[in-house]
Ligand binder design. Structure first.
Ligand SMILES: Nc1ncnc2c1ncn2[C@@H]1O[C@H](COP(=O)(O)OP(=O)(O)O)[C@@H](O)[C@H]1O
Ligand SMILES: [Mg+2]
Length: 442
């Protein structure tokens, strides 16, 4: 999980330091205070590690939108961020080595600087540092520096600072079997200025894969009902997409214990078969919590056109009825996709203004779900909201209050948490009320 983030130079995040906690983190603040920018930042980070620099900026609407306006005025606009967290273990996949050294690292710090060289018209990763940390062990630190000279030439340096001879040798040997001294040099020669070094390292050893999976854990989901309802091709083995596409395929495979999602990484968090069926059941339970008429979801292959489709079974006045996915309501489909996104790894970690499709009773179930599901799993979930009824369900420590001034966006936990807790206990009003009347001091 990610527990700490510092961003300098992404949109309105000029110098933002934000601490996250397991479970719900509720982003509140006036329009324009930067809630969306923080959520977008984590989508940018996910795209950066998955698809590289050009795609990440493309998805963010171009360099002029992603770099802060302040930074864009500089000769060399710069975006720098530091993220601290715990590696997401339980990763399996195709790593090049057979025998991997055991690693004692329990947390990490990832630091990255992206620059826009206006003279050469190139946006590139200029500096990177991955530090693996553990109690009582010397950190394993990999640094990367890249300098560009003319538009298609870049020179990089990669250095290792470590006493972990096993892991270093492992990286050296595995990457370049004939020369186990020169892991740094050879990595430097192969890393592209348009890619984070971490995206290379994640294929070499589980520990870097685990860091990378932690870093992409806060990508946001924004379900479009028409995408989520669509029949999928039998050949589609992808994870659930951020617009809900692929939902039918994910449910089909979970139900059969055949869910091995393929993404651009060659590894994923593996889910044992039995757990997959349990996950399907949990999804169904949380769906029938919202709509008690729903008794099952049937998915069926159609070999003639190589597609999968899904039906929802409902018990209406004692009669079993079947409804094709394309006929069920927007609200139900969105809820189903959201629940699936929370349960089926690789998961999503953020959603904007869910009050747009969750009525107050569903909001209650949503908050319960996120707390139940995520706090025990040490996972973070970000929710931005303007809804008083949603806030009424939250506790003071879950709030992150956003503000925007000439120093950019800041986000703070309330200062008067103890006071708020006391007043909430003795009154019939919820936190949303106190937030609206300005009683939350942050
Ligand atoms: N590239 C940028 N540089 C600086 N500020 C930006 C940039 N892009 C957007 N902003 C500012 O960010 C704010 C919008 O933040 P946003 O995250 O959409 O707010 P919220 O979601 O809290 O309503 C606006 O005030 C806008 O001026
Ligand atoms: Mg917003």
């Amino acid at each position: 999980m990610i527990y700490d983030v510092e961003v300098h130079g992404y949109r309105s995040l000029l110098s933002a330091k934000i601490s996250l906690k397991p479970g719900l983190n509720v982003l509140v603040g006036a329009n324009g205070s930067g809630k969306t920018n923080l959520i977008n930042f984590f989508d940018f980070l996910t795209a950066l590690l998955t698809d590289g620099v050009p795609s990440a900026f493309e998805r963010a609407g171009g360099a002029a939108h992603a770099f802060s306006m302040e930074s864009m005025r500089d000769e060399e606009p710069t975006l720098q961020f530091t993220i601290r967290g715990t590696p997401q273990l339980g990763v399996t996949g195709v790593f090049r080595g057979a025998e991997e050294p055991r690693v004692p690292y329990t947390s990490y710090e990832y630091d990255c600087t992206i620059k826009y060289n206006k003279a050469l018209r190139v946006v590139f990763v200029a500096r990177e540092r991955v530090s693996l940390l553990g109690s009582g062990v010397v950190p394993f630190v990999v640094t990367r520096e890249t300098v560009v000279s003319h538009s298609d030439q870049a020179a990089s340096r990669v250095d290792f600072q470590t006493q972990d001879v096993d892991l270093y040798r492992y990286l050296g040997r595995i990457i370049y079997p004939k020369d186990d001294r020169a892991a740094g040099e050879r990595l430097a020669a192969s890393v592209s200025p348009h890619w984070p070094l971490l995206a290379h390292l994640e294929h070499e050893h589980q520990i870097f894969a685990a860091v990378s999976l932690s870093l992409v854990s806060l990508a946001s989901i924004n379900v479009r009902p028409e995408a989520a309802r669509r029949s999928t091709s039998i050949s589609d083995l992808s994870m659930l997409r951020d617009d809900g596409a692929g939902l039918v395929s994910v449910l089909y495979r979970l139900k059969r214990g055949q869910y091995y999602p393929v993404n651009r990484r060659r590894f994923t968090t593996s889910i044992p078969q039995n757990n997959q069926r349990a996950i399907f059941k949990s999804i169904l339970n949380w769906v029938s919590e919202v709509n008690p008429d729903i008794t099952d979801i049937e998915t069926s292959p159609n070999n003639d056109d190589a597609t999968l489709s899904a039906d929802v079974l409902m018990n209406l006045d004692g009669q079993q009825r079947k409804f094709a996915f394309r006929k069920i309501s927007d609200g139900t489909v969105k809820w189903l996709a959201l629940v699936t996104a929370l349960f089926a790894a690789p998961a999503y970690g953020a959603i904007e203004e869910p009050e747009n499709f969750l009525d107050p009773r569903m909001q209650e179930i949503f908050v319960k779900l996120v707390r139940d599901r995520l706090i025990s799993a040490d996972r973070v979930f970000l929710v931005s909201t303007h809804s008083e009824s949603l806030l009424n369900l939250c506790t003071p420590d879950e709030l992150l209050v956003f503000r925007f001034d000439r120093f950019g966006t800041t986000a703070r936990r309330p200062n008067n948490q103890a006071e708020l807790r006391a007043v909430l206990k003795s009154s019939r009003f919820g936190l949303g009320h106190y937030y609206r009347v300005g009683a939350v001091d942050a």
